[in-house]
Write a protein that binds this ligand. Sequence first.
Ligand code: GLU
Length: 279
Amino acid sequence: MIVTRFAPSPSGLLHLGHAWSASLGWRRARDGSRFLLRIEDIDPGRCRPEFDAAILEDMAWLGLGWWNGVRRQSQHFADYRAALERLQAMGLVYPCFCTRKQIEAEIAASAAAPHRPLGLIYPGTCRTLSSAEREDRLAAGENHAWRLDSAAAAALAGPLSWQEEGQGTVTVDPLVGGDVVLARKDALVSYHLAVVHDDALQGVTLVTRGQDLFHATHIHRLLQALLGYAEPAYAHHGLLTGSDGKRFAKRDRSLTIAALREAGHSPDAVLAMAQALAG
Ligand code: GLU
């Protein structure tokens, strides 16, 4: 049985690109398979209940029905914390006290700022703190995030790969994102940890999502291996672009599902528009 999912963040209205992505997952899960809807609302600064409600309304209107209830990540912080604690017990994460400004300054000061597909690489400042200093600063209540020690994690996990539809075996580069944040100062858990936890818990066998998350999959496979989670297959799809060649963003109002619905288009017409843009 194939289990797919659509996992939007309720930080804006769904647009044609989301409809395309959701419909790809939905189509793969017909005939006895399951398509899940998961609301990734871990970021309290960006997520809004009205966008959560709009996602459900748009998905139902599009006819992209989902199996058995909606999982909302904001209701499961304890699960993600437990996963983080397992990595802590393995000695693979460390507290990072750096502010964004400090990180930027450190990177600017270094001659070769490593810029990789997932953005700037954390220079590792807090990785080398002594355990005494870590404990003192934690005990003093200093604000911190938790980062993965990616080199240690890679050494423990050994060589990894994933199956990408249409491409075959992709070799994991476990250092692609550097020491990524797994628990954030402001949001308790990062996208990477929450998404691998939930894909495993929900038995997702095929992750269909945009090409913009292709490089995140390196990190996801590493976390899956460390946490002993099952390995889904992946199908990253191209991103829809407008006539100007730019990606749709949540702020582009005219191509939101809600605006297209209000303009009188039918669900089939909206899905056909998405299909036409995908080429
Ligand atoms: N929540 C993510 C987003 O809205 C997608 C997560 C995923 O599909 O893995 O961009």
